[in-house]
Write a protein that binds this ligand. Sequence first.
Ligand code: UGA
Length: 458
Amino acid sequence: MHRMTTISVFGLGQVGLPTAVCFAKKGYRVIGIDEDTRKLEMIARGHAPFFEPHLAEYLKRAISSDAFSVTNDSSSNAQSDLAFISVGTASKEGGSIDLKCVEDAATSIGRSLQSTHVPQIVVVKSTVTPGTARNVVRPILERESGRTSQSGLSLCSNPEFLREGMAIRDVEVPDKIVIGSDDSLAIRRLEEFYKDFHAKNLPPVVRTTHENAELTKYANNAFLATKVSFINCVANIAERVPFADVDVVAKALGLDSRIGPQFLKAGLGWGGPCLTKDLDALRVFSKASGYSPELIEAVINTNAGQWRSAVQLIKNTLGTLRDKRISVLGLAFKAETDDMRGSISVPLITELLAAGATVTAYDPAATDNAKVIFGDRITYSCNPMLCVNQSDCCIIATECDEFKAIPPSAFAERMRFPFVLDGRRIYDANQFLKIGIKFLATGLGSVPVVPGSSKDLH
Ligand code: UGA
């Protein structure tokens, strides 16, 4: 495939939109298809509907170059060479995934192809449980289009591993590409497309079955969540050990090349729209297949208890939380996003409010989305320093660079009771302790008393 390739992208969310604008930047003609007309209007005007670093500039460039157009009319897919399905697969009650959007996209694609003979590869990027491409997507495509792989309609599973906050980089420089299909020619053609797209930077390509591709996506997210729950388990042990610090243990662990340094940052737990949904779906899928995945259950349960440990640390220091003022720095599920879905800040703040505390929060990007969840039950600050003013405890809930830059003295000067709970391990404890600030952190046992510090450490 070459630069004149036409690509449809069904679903312009956190995966589809970054993917579409990166394809457009490389010179392909890209048609973004989504049902949400308000979102389409924003995108057509060059405005990104969510915050993602570099997305706004990529989008503006794509729209103004005419390489990228958006529509809710799925018949525009008819002339495309590739159709990517990147719609959401939300959790249903009980944890299984809702395939409705995937089925709708497959139906639309199939119908759009009824009247053409242009060969097309349909590529499932949405996260779907093993067997979905073969047993759900393909029958719909064949039924609606009246075509099969013999008549130029091919199907590949090609899961996405991009992270929010790093989406553009991850589309452009992924660690790997996994392509699953029964159709070896389709795998070859999709690989050729990626060779053209990545040029010299083509990552390793795994060619396999649909089911292996689908399962790899779940295993990937489950393994990442396992690493985080594992280090949080070590953190909980470290907190009970004088002179222990999980950050140092994690650093030493990560130096073992068999383990690696990434995803060993202890904290309030993993959040976001993907890990929770995917681990739940994998758990339910596994059970339905006749295997009880005890490890996955433990990973989920460890995470569910993690933020509660932080609340307990606060209660141990402040006693009752009634009428205590708590400031929370960071509302989104991690830094560099405005996404509140699955954010740990939601159960954390809900618990603080239930215990009678008043909460003031600050986030550089997620305030508008947080207002939809908390309404006027909390106060929103427009900068971190106003947020911590006169509070009795400040919780660091995301790893924002903006928070890392706050000097300890700023907390000491502004708080009613200078007490920082570092739930993301962004600060050096000694810098706080030496000026007499009460400082607790996930996975930090008692730290050495700094000469000159007049305060008890724990
Ligand atoms: C995750 C995966 O990392 C992506 O590969 C995948 O494509 C994506 O889900 C998806 O399925 O769409 P994402 O949810 O954007 O990406 O964010 P992560 O960077 O994985 O972070 C998830 C959570 O883990 C965050 O709350 C983060 O704060 C937490 N985390 C991460 C830790 O607590 N410690 C760490 O060391 C790393």
